[in-house]
Design a protein around this ligand. Structure first.
Ligand code: SAM
Length: 212
């Protein structure tokens, strides 16, 4: 029997109809700005596919694919999120590759992406009880909220193509500073932060060096 948590709901984000239920994070309309920023950057990026880390129900990556026409790989550890992402893609006439698994286990070492968006959980573990409606895996960022974000930065550092662009979502500009200070990337520089009412977006660009 379907539980209340499993009742399918629908949100419209960036013109896309996105189905989801209580086992995944509710798509938040402001996050369309992440796809739109990457789409602005796309003409300056090399050819090649885009990657979304922590894709959830998929609206950000799917909007990015619709706006840029690039091939897209979407990654999420939650199998239910991946099922929604695949179904939402099909409903929108899009065809990303959806990979279900831990992000550090599903990318081949030599894969390179021209654009990357990453939406890791960023709530400090002690505060997640403030958001009982949200699944723990979607919001628990570890003791300081930055565990999964640090993993995203390491993967972006390794897998972003030369001349490529990434946009990472976090809660505050202070988190961006703390994250990069504690986990300095080898070949990425911070190229700007845009602040929204419910979160921030940080633009990371390559400085041309290959990761050693
Ligand atoms: C903040 S939610 C973002 C979901 C979606 N992008 C959105 O904006 O609604 C974070 C997502 O990351 C996934 N996740 C958490 N840790 C992960 C990991 N280590 N590897 C892959 N996915 C992970 C969760 O399942 C969740 O769907």
């Amino acid at each position: 029997m379907e539980t209340r948590e499993q009742e399918t709901r629908e949100s419209v984000v960036g013109g896309l109809r996105i189905a989801w239920d209580g086992r995944v994070l509710e798509p938040r309309p402001w996050t369309a700005a992440q796809a739109e920023w990457l789409a602005e950057l796309s003409p300056q990026a090399p050819e090649g596919p885009a990657l979304e880390l922590c894709s959830g129900a998929g609206h950000i990556g799917l909007l990015l694919q619709r706006l840029t026409g690039r091939d897209l790989v979407m990654v999420d550890a939650n199998p239910v999120a991946c099922e929604f992402a695949a179904a939402n893609a099909a409903a929108a006439g899009l065809a990303p590759e959806v990979r279900n698994g831990w992000m550090d286990e599903v990318l081949a070492p030599d894969e390179r992406f021209a654009l990357v968006c990453a939406d890791p959980p960023w709530v400090p573990r002690a505060e997640i009880t403030r958001y009982p409606q949200d699944p723990e895996l979607a919001i628990d960022g570890g003791p300081d909220g930055l565990d999964v974000a640090a993993l995203c930065v390491a993967l972006i550092d390794r897998h972003l193509a030369d001349g490529g662009h990434a946009v990472l979502q976090l809660g505050t500009a202070e988190q961006v500073d703390a994250l990069l200070a504690a986990n300095p990337p080898q070949r990425l520089r911070l190229d700007g932060v845009r602040t929204f009412e419910r979160g921030v977006l940080a633009h990371l660009a390559t400085d041309g060096r290959e990761v050693s």
